[in-house]
Structures are given as C-alpha cells and as structure tokens.
Design a protein around this ligand. Structure first.
Ligand code: ADP
Ligand code: ZN
Ligand code: ZN
Length: 673
C-alpha cells in the first residue's frame, strides 16, 4: 500500500492524500503525472498525482482510498507539470486549478470508455502517408534569413519576427518548422494563432505542405471527442504540428522543439476569466524551460516584446517588404470629417472611392468596430434613453432582429413602439453600428453585393467561414465588418479599406488604448493591396474618416511607422511609470451592493504593508454594474517583478482570511484596467 498526493480542481490551495492499494489487475505502482480517480466530499473526481509514497499528516482513519489510476495513459511529463506549477505560482492559483481544467473533459470523466476508445482510434490511425507536399514558394532573402535564424538557433532563443502586413511571416514559420521537423525525427511544433476560426487558411496550408505528418488542432470549439483525440495525439507525440488558440499553450507536448506565436500582440492571447494567464508569456517561459527557439510574429508587436527586442533580450528579425512581387503597402489617407461632411456615416470622398472600385470590379472593406444598428435609442421629447436595467450600459438597437440587446448581460427586449416614459412614438437611433452602415450602403449602391461580417451575422457554426469564402470567391463587392474582418485574412482582390469612426479610442482612459488602436488600424489597413496592382486597376488605398486628422497616432498610421510610434509610446510609458516599466496586479471584487465590494477592497488595501509596493485606492470599475452585480477594483504596482510576486504570496494569505460576501479574484499583469 502506498500514499499518493493528488492535485484537484478546487479553489483550496493544497493537494490531497489518498491510500492506494494495488488490485490484482493493476499491479504497477502509481507514478507521478498519472491521473487518479478519487473520492472528494460526496463526489468522485479525477486528479493529478503529484507525489507518491508521501508521509501524510492525515490520520489513518481519515485517509480515503483512491478508486482507480488511469494507467492506460502515459504519465504527464515532469516538464509539463513544471509548466503548470510555474503558472499556478505566478498567477497565484492552486496547482489543480491550472493543471486540470485544461485537460479534455473526457479525460476527467468517471468512466474510461471515451479514453479507451480514443486511444484505440489513434493506434489505428496510419502513421504517415507518402503524399507529395505542395511546393513551397522560394523565400525572399529576408524571409530566408529569418527562417534560417529560427531553425538554426541553439538553446533558448526568443525571436521577434517584425514584418509588415503581407510580408510572408507565415511562410517563415512553415519553412523554419520544415527544417526542424526534418532534423529531428520526433520533433513537435506548436503554432498559436489568436482565433482559430479565422485561420482555416493556415490549417489548410499546413496540411498540404506537410501531408506526411499528423496535424492536430486545439481550440475551444472542438467537439469533446475530437478534443480528446487531438489532445492525446499531442500528448503521445504522434501529432508533429499542433495548431491552436491560447489554451493550447497548456497542452502536453513531450517533444516540443519550436513555438510560434502568430500576431503576438493580439489581446486574445490573454485569458480573461478563471486563470487569467497570458499565453504569450507562458510560451516564452516554456521555450526557456525546454531550451528551444520561439518566434513571436507581428507587424505591430506588443510594447512588451518590442522593448525586449530593443534591449536585445529578443532577437529582432525584420521583413520590410511585402512578399508577393509588386504588392506594395497601401497609401493611407485621412479624411477630415469637419470638411468632408458625412451622410449616413459615409463621407463623399469615401463614397467616390467605393464607386470607383465597384466600376473596376474590385473589392472594398469597411471597418467599424461596433456591431448592431445603433448603440442607443432615445426620446427627443423627454430625454429617455435605452439604458440596460441591469448594467451601467445602453441597450443596443438590433434592427434586423427587432430587438434591443445589452452586449454585457445579454438582456433582450422588443423594440418599444413608443417612449416608455412619455409615449412619444418617434424614438431616434443615435450613432451607428455595422447594421446601419450596411443599410445606408445598400441605399447608395443598390446594385452592389454587400456582406456584413460581425458576431451577429455569424452566430451559426460555420457561418463565418462561409461568409469569408464568398469574399474569397469574389462574390462580394463591399465587405463591412468589425474586428472579425481585420485579422489575418489574405484577400487577393481588395484595393480599398475604409475606416469609420476610430476616434473614440483616442481619448480612452485605458493607457493601452492607443497601442491597441494603432495595431488594429495597421492590421485592417494591411488587408488592402496584398496582390500586385492589376493593369487598369486601382492602387490600393486606405481611407480613415476622422475628426482629428492632426493626431500623431494617425500620422504614424499614414507613414506605416510602427518603429517611431512604439519608441514614443515606450518613452511615455517610462515617464508615466506604466508597464512595461512597472508591474501590476489587480484585485477585483463584486457584490450585489457596491459598498460590499469597496469594503472588502478597503480591508485588502491595509491588510499587508510591503516595501516598494504601491497599493492604490479601491475604485468602482468604469462600467460599475453588470447583470445586477456591482464591481470595484484595487490596483497594485511595483517596479520589480520578484518583489510584486513576493508581496502577492503574503497578501493572498491575508485576503483569504478576510470575511466578506464579495466575490473576489486576483489578476497578475492585467491588461484591461
Ligand atoms: P503576413 O502573415 O506577413 O501578413 P502572409 O504570410 O499572409 O503575410 O503572406 C502574404 C502573401 O504572400 C500570401 O499570399 C503568401 O502566400 C505570399 N507569400 C509569402 N511568401 C512568399 C514568397 N516568398 N513568394 C511569393 N509569395 C509569397
Ligand atoms: Zn419620451
Ligand atoms: Zn445589461
């Protein structure tokens, strides 16, 4: 009989001991890294064995028996456990809450039917078939140098692949991967992308280029059965290329030899609930732990990564030109909305440019980061506006759906026929979202084929892909969309990008807003002119409608000048003592009543004193109420990461001792403050 120590998915910050008496059929002793089925309270749950043969402090009569060990599954490696342990330690969470939720649900099921079936299925999958790989394009010298640098790197080698939109970063990843796969018979490569649904193009490319290797995808919209086989394929080393979203950073990859983070600046690498980790930061840690190369690619790197490249911590690889011969970056022009007055949100200059594209059979893209018809409706007579009854937010008018919707708590109402307070029947939509722009465009260009792509138009599974396919097939003249259309897509016949109303982000309280806006504008601008200009066709062009044409951010976009912009922003951040020159943690609290939340945070603020750590005052969050819950926050700042970490350990223990009805959570390196 042995005692095993098991990490469970509970908020309790310790592991649990169990007795294990081998049964006749299961004679092998338990091993660290195996999964075990154990009783916990009145339930039975699967946990991770973190120690074997421990000297337990639990009295013998209290010690329970473990029920089964998943011995058909190879143990999770020491390196994988170390990754989880690091994440748990750094983000101040119990180990079990990091290690277990990332495993496929079926692996944590009481019965092993699904596991056994998946293992059998994998065993039957043919190892490699000898299909001919699709020909790889000849890299240009800058691409070749980048691919060689990555594939040839020894030990831990972080690279920032800084390449303008359309410079062929993907090709660099693939050819570096090809070199590594050829060199090591069993090497595995992890490629992370911000949103898998937007990149079937990439998955398709990978499959035709590497027909002889097994490719697995890991993302949240996989069915449980698929998720299980893909995860197992990675864990068993069968999948040589794993393509996934942020959650794939916690996959078990015993032969990992290269990590690629595409569009590394993208905010979706940050998990915003539960374990609030940064997949990019964990990826760098993982590469360091395994002593392997990692490449972070972007046209607009995060300031964190840019700073590392400036100080030489990351090696900077540059692609300054577009990859397709004769494809050039689009000319960016600002349209001053004070002088060129818009009608239905569209200025005459933009309309003229759209018309020209329609005549020439070219595609245009209109970008407006606001879905719905209008962000609010109001009554002119009495001043009523469509506030959400449960949130500090407006109900958004969705005209095609005949609904008012709150984008924060999902409350839905029918559109009132008349003002709820005074009965006035003439309620006015204020402002405009993608639906309203679509309606206006259709009126101006009744012959044009117009498609809208946003979260509303793509609710059905597969509908986003279907919509993008029609664009790629040339069946769309004008595409209008939110950030969904800005990322990654390689549109070949698009020569005009119009950007509507980006100004609001210029004056946001969030110090990261301008970094984000710049990245977003460069991304969406980068959708234009990805192929060579056709004879008699238009030069590619980006038109930005703004009321602030003098703003330096727009000047940087016009000049495609990320370098300069980033240097200025970094200088500002340094002066203002903001990240990446400062480390932060955020304590959030929520409760039915704001005072309960503030009360808890006030106690938290005085619970521990620590030299070098600044504890700010508790404040209500900008959007205080969501779904009838009030929210407040407390910001912690420190110029040293280790000092902040040391403080958080002590602080967390003190927080756990505070009696409160508020629900609270701690976030390390917060991005939305
Ligand atoms: P990025 O990710 O840098 O924005 P992509 O990887 O999407 O750019 O590449 C842009 C286009 O250039 C794609 O159509 C790609 O097939 C093409 N491309 C990439 N490298 C080359 C090359 N060496 N020669 C010709 N075309 C290339
Ligand atoms: Zn009214
Ligand atoms: Zn609401």
């Amino acid at each position: 009989m042995t005692i095993i120590r098991v990490a469970l998915d509970t908020p309790l910050d310790f592991c649990f001991d169990y007795r294990w008496a081998a049964t006749a059929g299961d004679a092998a002793p338990p091993r660290i890294g195996q999964l075990a089925l154990v009783p916990f309270g009145r339930r039975e749950v699967v946990g991770l064995i973190v120690a074997v043969d421990v000297a337990t402090e639990v009295p013998a009569d209290k010690l329970k028996d473990a029920l089964a060990i998943r011995s058909q599954l190879a143990p999770l490696s020491e390196q994988w456990r170390a990754l989880c342990a690091f994440a748990a330690d750094y983000y101040q969470r119990p180990l079990g809450e990091v290690a277990l939720p990332g495993l496929p649900k079926n692996l944590r099921a009481l019965k092993t039917t699904a596991l056994d079936r998946a293992l059998k299925k994998l065993a039957k999958t043919a190892a490699a078939h000898d299909a001919t790989p699709a020909a790889a394009p000849l890299l240009n010298p800058a691409q070749q140098a980048a691919a060689d640098a990555i594939a040839g790197a020894q030990g831990f080698a972080p690279h920032l692949l800084y390449g303008v939109t359309g410079s062929g970063k993907t090709e660099v990843y693939l050819q570096a991967a090809a070199q590594i796969l050829t060199r090591h018979d069993d090497a595995q490569i992890l490629i992370l992308v911000p949103e898998i649904n937007l990149t079937p193009q990439l998955e398709g490319n990978i499959r035709v280029r590497f027909p002889a290797v097994m490719v697995a995808t890991l993302h949240s919209s996989l069915a449980e059965g698929e998720r299980m086989t893909h995860w197992l394929a990675a864990h068993l080393g069968r999948a040589r290329i794993v393509l996934g979203t942020r959650l794939a950073i916690l996959a078990s990859l015993p032969q990992l030899k290269l990590i690629v983070i595409d569009e590394e600046h993208d905010p979706s690498y940050k998990q915003q609930e539960g374990l609030r980790y940064s997949a990019r930061d964990l990826a760098v840690w993982r590469a360091h732990q395994l002593e392997i190369p990692i490449v972070l690619g972007s046209a607009t790197p995060s300031l964190e990564s840019w700073q590392h490249a400036q100080t030489g911590r990351y090696r900077k690889l540059e692609l300054r030109e577009r990859a397709v011969a004769a494809a050039v970056l689009p000319a960016v022009h600002l349209i001053d909305m004070e002088r060129n007055k818009p009608l239905d949100g569209l200025t005459p200059m933009l309309i003229a440019a759209l018309k020209l594209r329609l005549q020439r059979g070219e595609q245009s893209l209109l970008f407006l980061n606001r879905r719905g018809y209008a962000p609010v409706i109001a009554c002119d007579a009495c001043g009523w506006i469509s506030n959400c009854s449960r949130c500090t937010a407006f109900m958004v008018l969705h005209k095609p759906e005949h609904r008012l919707r709150c984008h924060h708590c999902s409350l839905e109402l029918r559109i009132p026929r008349s003002c709820p307070t005074c009965g006035n029947v003439d309620l006015q939509p204020l402002g405009r979202g993608t639906q309203r722009v679509e309606e206006g465009l259709q009126a101006i260009f009744p012959e044009a084929r117009i498609t809208r792509i946003d979260a509303d138009s793509t609710r059905r599974k597969g509908s986003a892909q279907a919509a993008f396919d029609t664009v790629h097939r040339g069946e769309v003249d004008i595409l209008i969309g939110t950030q969904m259309v800005a990322k990654g897509h390689d549109f070949k016949n698009l020569t005009l990008v119009g950007i509507l109303n980006p100004d609001t982000a210029l004056f946001s309280q969030d110090y990261r807003a301008s970094e984000r806006l710049f990245a977003q504008l460069m991304q969406v601008a980068g959708r234009a002119g990805r192929a060579a200009q056709k004879e008699g066709g238009s030069a590619s062009e980006v038109l930005i409608q703004t009321r602030y044409p003098q703003h330096p951010l727009y000047a940087a976009v016009v000049n495609h000048d990320y370098d300069h912009f980033a240097t200025e922003l970094l200088a500002e951040r340094q002066q203002a003592h903001l990240p990446p020159y400062l480390y932060q943690a955020l304590l959030r609290a929520e409760a039915r009543e704001l005072v309960t939340a503030i009360d808890f945070l006030t106690q938290a603020a005085t619970a521990v004193e620590f030299p070098g750590v600044t504890i700010n005052d508790p404040i209500p969050m900008t959007m205080t109420r969501v779904a009838n819950v009030d929210r407040a926050q407390l910001l912690i700042e420190c110029p040293s990461r280790p000092a902040l970490q040391a403080f958080l350990k002590v602080w967390l223990a003190a927080l756990r001792a505070i009696k409160t009805r508020a629900k609270w959570s701690l976030e390390v390196d917060p991005v939305d403050i």
